[in-house]
Design a protein around this ligand. Sequence first.
Ligand SMILES: [Zn+2]
Length: 392
Amino acid sequence: MANKNSAKNPLSILSFYYWVLEIVIQLMILTVSSGPSELTAVNLRTKPGDYLHMPRGSTFKIAIFADLHFGEDAWTDWGPQQDVNSIRVMSNVLDREHPDFVIYLGDVITANNIPIENASLYWDQAISPTREKGIQWSTVFGNHDDAPFEWPMEWFSSSGIPQLRCPTTNVSYSGGKNCSFRGTPRLELMTNEIQHNSLSYSKSGPSNLWPSVSNYVLKLSSSSDPEVTLALMYFLDSGGGSYPEVLSSSQANWFNQTSQQVNPESRVPEIMFWHIPSQAYKRAAPRFLKGKCVGSMFNESVAAQEAEMGMMKLLEARPSVKAVFVGHNHGLDWCCPYKQLWLCYARHSGYGGYGNWPRGSRILEITEQPFSIRSWIRMEDGSSHSSVDLSS
Ligand SMILES: [Zn+2]
């Protein structure tokens, strides 16, 4: 009876709440005092934006759009028409494949061709087909996304500088009053994307990795138990544009620390995404001659990063790393085995950028039971080719 009374006493209730609050505060202190690296791990677990979910009774399908190159030659009729064509490619692929997720694998825009104040306008056009279908996506940067404007030489010939159309205000300018020639910085592009799109899983990577920006990891969780991670997808900024084309030593360290935290025993399969191929791609390519590769590989030679700062060594040492996906070389779409993993190209998806090879998209399909990663290329005309099992 006394206990019952005291439970109803408002002071006792208050002290109970203080007790609960005290525990919460202690837990928070414990978390913070366990060091910055563990704090990151806690963040990774609690942020809902890090989780993708395997649909029940189905597979998880990803479409990769690489090298869209929106915003080319906006002062001509040709440029905007390329963007219309690229939107058609994406819509066709999305209609045919119905992916659960889309990855924009860099060179979303050709910033060195864009003389407007805010290149996010073109960035936004490029993601619009995915957004309009309600599909979630994420992005990484390529070497063209934040490049400063390059003045075309012909503008200095007798034909002169054309009347620039700066679409921010839909007003024509001569004299470039409100046009910009500095390029839109990576941070600004990413902030604009994230702030205006609830379907975006993109992130501005840890600030200590600057000037690289798109560095983050997403988890694919099991359909039956959201606590079980089926696969980890790492996104990295391979540079270019405003700084050298490279995955830095700091990024390698970040990957090392992050993978140790989220996958300490290297048991969960890991998949990597960035734009510019590592130098290892040059070494993997000749294996095609031995019949181990799939896809086109003779249209051009591998244009690799400028240096190797340790990322590939880390990947080669982790049995859980299944595959790396890059864009950048518009004429290549091969997958080749390399050490214990696969090195793959996506497929040139955009009408912008060099090369007239038919456009398409690399598709990934992750199956839960038994676990597998399958991939193929879906072309704009609906055909498909180069199917490969990447989990073998
Ligand atoms: Zn490109």
